[in-house]
Design a protein around this ligand. Structure first.
Ligand code: FSX
Ligand code: SF4
Ligand code: SF4
Length: 318
């Protein structure tokens, strides 16, 4: 952007848009929308409507970005509708157009403007060791911002915090044995820092896109959904996988799979953690309803607070 040579006044005369207002348009746009699309007035209108509905700031700590990828796989509703009609994604490090200090400044400005009304989505655990230096999320005023700094500053201003993925909800893989970074769940981090913003845990490594979108829609329409004792929406995490598994009859008959390619038997002897796992994967399925873990492998209990230490080795009986 530094290459732009025209003075603001000159640019305004030429195009009706000042450099400043152009930059504001680019950096202030919904994170998932490219610059070219921003010139479409219908889209701008939809965005404005979306913004009134539910501004979302999405930050990433110690994770693999799988949670973002899973959201982008939302097919019902399609991701474009989620971004345009359901939420207004104002900041997202992976897909937004802006970057660097400008992106960070935009984030702080949005948090200020929509204080108490936006949802903060946290993806990934929060590494607290060494003053949070394991995760630098950006710079502002020539100072490095850690994930710790960011969540401490932004979470108190949010109306709600969504901890997306098992890493954010419970610590997950980053907090597994050998956790040198001091990786911590969002709930524990907020508690340790005296921040009382309500948290909804959307666990799963990664979570199903429906669990994310459905929880946001619930927040929008009816407020915080009913949560289980681990802070997860009952509508998605209220059912036991084993009790509802299509292979339950095989389990009861003692017909056990010996290999992953066995089309019928129960997977318990080859490591299935379904009996200790609560989520609706058995009926929702994955990849637009095409299949799910137990069709092709085993349930590794990815939504559970004990994942992964408590559910490994994945392919050995519990
Ligand atoms: Fe964790 Fe998200 Fe597992 Fe990955 O970033 S929940 S490692 S699938 O995607 O945080
Ligand atoms: Fe239970 Fe897993 Fe067997 Fe299904 S495959 S019946 S969830 S142990
Ligand atoms: Fe996670 Fe088990 Fe559901 Fe697979 S079936 S997504 S491992 S909870």
């Amino acid at each position: 952007m530094k290459d732009v040579q025209l003075l603001p006044e000159m640019q305004q005369k030429k195009s009706g848009v000042t450099r400043r207002s152009f930059l504001k348009t680019v950096t202030g746009t919904a994170a998932g929308i490219g610059i070219a699309q921003m010139v479409n007035p219908a889209l701008i209108q939809a965005l404005e409507k979306g913004l009134k509905r539910h501004p979302v700031i999405w930050v990433q700590g110690q994770g693999c970005t799988g949670c973002s990828v899973t959201l982008l796989n939302s097919t019902s509703p399609p991701i474009a509708d989620v971004l345009l009609k359901v939420i207004s994604l104002q900041f997202h490090p992976t897909v937004m157009a802006s970057e660097g200090e400008m992106g960070m400044e935009n984030l702080y400005a949005i948090a200020e403007e929509y204080k108490g009304r936006f949802s903060l989505v946290v993806e990934g655990a929060i590494p607290t060791a060494e003053d949070g230096k394991y995760c630098i999320v950006g710079e502002a005023h020539h100072k490095e911002i850690t994930m710790v700094d960011l969540v401490k500053e932004i979470a108190p201003q949010a109306g709600s915090v969504l901890a997306i993925g098992t890493c954010a909800a419970f610590g997950g893989i980053p907090a597994a044995e050998g956790n040198v970074t001091g990786a911590t769940s969002v709930t524990d981090f907020l508690k340790d820092n005296g921040i009382s913003t309500p948290v909804v845990n959307i666990s799963g490594c990664p979570p199903h896109p429906d669990w994310i979108v459905g929880s946001i829609v619930h927040l929008l329409e009816k407020g915080i959904p009913e949560l289980d004792e681990e802070g997860r929406p009952m509508i998605f995490y209220g059912e036991n996988i084993h009790d509802n598994c299509p292979r339950l009859d095989a389990y009861e008959e003692g017909e056990m799979s010996e290999t992953l390619s066995d089309p019928k038997g129960c997977r318990m002897d080859i490591g299935c953690k379904g009996p200790d796992t609560y989520a609706d994967c058995y009926k929702r399925k994955w990849n637009s309803g095409m299949n799910w873990c137990i069709d092709n492998a085993v349930c590794i209990g990815c939504v559970s607070s004990g994942f992964p230490d408590g559910t490994t080795p994945f392919y050995e009986p519990a």
